[in-house]
Design a protein around this ligand. Sequence first.
Ligand code: DGJ
Length: 729
Amino acid sequence: MTIYFDKETKTFHLQTNQSSYLFQVVNNDYLAHLYWGKRVRSTSMPKSLRYIDRGFSGNPNKEDRTFSLDTLPQEYPAYGHTDFRSPAVHIETADGGRITDLRYVSHEILPGKRPLEGLPATYVEDTSEADTLKVYMLDEVTQLHVTLIYTIYATRNAITRAVHVENKGEDTLGLEKVASMSVDFRETDFEMINLPGAHVRERDIERAPLRRGMQSVESRRGSSSHHQNPFIALVREETTETKGEVYGFSLVYSGNFKAEVEVDQTCQSRVIMGINDFDFKWLLKPAETFQTPEVVMVYTDQGLNDMSRTYHDLYGRRLARGKHRDAERPVLINNWEATYFDFNEDKILTIADKAKDTGVELFVLDDGWFGKRDDDFTSLGDWFVYDEKLPSGLKTLAEKINKMGMQFGLWFEPEMVSPESELYKAHPDWCLHVPNRRRSESRNQLVLDFSRPDVCDEMIQRVTAILESAPISYVKWDMNRNMTEIGSRYWPKEQQKEVAHRYMLGLYRVMETITAKFPEILFESCSGGGGRFDPGMLYYMPQTWTSDNTDAISRLRIQYGTSLVYPISSMGSHVSEVPNHQVGRITPLETRGHVAMDGNLGYELDVTKLSDEEISGIKTQVDLYKSIRQTIQYGTFYRLVSPFETGNYGSIHVSETKDKAVFIYVHTLAEANGPFKAVKLQGLDPETDYRVLETNDVYSGDSLMHIGLNVPYANHDFKSTLYRLEAVK
Ligand code: DGJ
């Protein structure tokens, strides 16, 4: 890992073990992007910039008709002086102008990586892990100082980027758009991958060739959303899971975002990512600063699996934090699908009592324990125990569950308020709203105005009081609607377009305060399942409830899509009852277990209604999972068979030392007189022999990877296989 600056040519070269990223100061201090891709030597780069006179592309310097910002590949393009493509930065000046002219001033190369103020970001534990380059740019007229921040890691093939701006002028500026990064590729022969979806159908994989003009994915929902994820990749037509070039872009942010790819007239492709500029404008007064979120960029020529492994490692080890980051995650049981709101203390204790015999380690009490909450019409915000349901209180309940040998976990939805609640009666102005406009409800609830410091402080206090009142080891932090009527009575009218981002800053402060106060608690984020499954949340909470869809077959696609970016240790995955509550499908318990074991295993069903045979099946699963979870949660993960392409699913988790592996395969629909299936494994040591514990067969690592492992013939629908592989010593 090195960051070079060649003084003669004024060229920067950020060089990781596998990739190179180059840019140059050219022609009156503009910053031109030269190259990002497979590692090259730092000397003798062919001159990549070429200039010709093109019609309708204006010239900043009238003496030189061949130089136009409209066609120059740039590092951080601004709006106004001859570049007609989408800008990374767009500023309104006090006189109504919208021109910005950024020029290189100086730079600094620093060891390590600094945190971003108030925002989640990847980090280092030692300065030797990374180097940081800060490039200082200036718009002379407004005295707007822009710092481009780049970090490269020594052993991780990633570059992070973020931008810091400071108003050193005398007038207030309106930031209409400040992207976290921009890259201009000199070509257009790419396909774009993104992860669209919906509630209970998150993170499909979509792939389409770039076309001329603009293509973008974004969220305007006030959260990263079920509907798009803050991730895109550019790949070549021939790129697969195991080979070919991939450029990944992942934004460490949980609110409105936008990723744009614009193919211009000369077939160059500009990628920009950051806070969505839709309905955004930030007033930057003199002496004030603004920090963008971080984008993590990964280049590889080894296919999508390799990109995912870089994200998994970086997000699992240097984005997630706290004592649970590297710890085996407990097997839990959650009462939501077992009871919904219809429970009392006895019912909870009966479920817990039955669950403890299966070896489950944590009982999670979901929605309905507070205020007067018997349905979703009431009580959000009233974070006081519902005495009629839980007459002995939370402390006694948690202690009883602890006595059974299980930890106790609790559900919250701190960002919301029910119109029917004590909180709303006392503070009707505390929700996001716009005067004289309807307050649209969604799931009968309104969004608390987390852009207000007083609302955030109150919620910190209320959640803290509950967490201090009982032995609570786990928190599920839910968020069950998107934002409408985004407005705040706290901020003046000219700052209303700041509210959505200020909400995120408030939320991040609340989560930082609470997670720091309770370092022993394992926090799991959730937003109706995976509506906020993003890197921003993972910084505070190391796992996320992947989807409200618990059907094993639907989960194959959801978990496969999620694994493109997010580590296995971040994915909550539960076995639920059949017929499944979301899609009505009936699948074998074994299959439900195997699919849930491909993440952090949990159960979400009324165990008191199960037969002895089913309970003993669950006990077998829990025992098995405990023996393999280190490999699953912290091993190296490879996608083998895509449910999007084949309908079936295959994956393997390989331990760090390659002496153990867990192979999971699900054949969805049986076929009469169908073909035999074999799957070529990945990640094993070719020189090692492995025993398949389930069949006692021994195979060499190279034959498993090149000839493949036979999977059992599918003689019924939804047949699954889990094989443990162990090195033969
Ligand atoms: C949505 C979550 O995703 C569910 O698991 C459950 O916690 C409900 N909310 C409770 O309201």
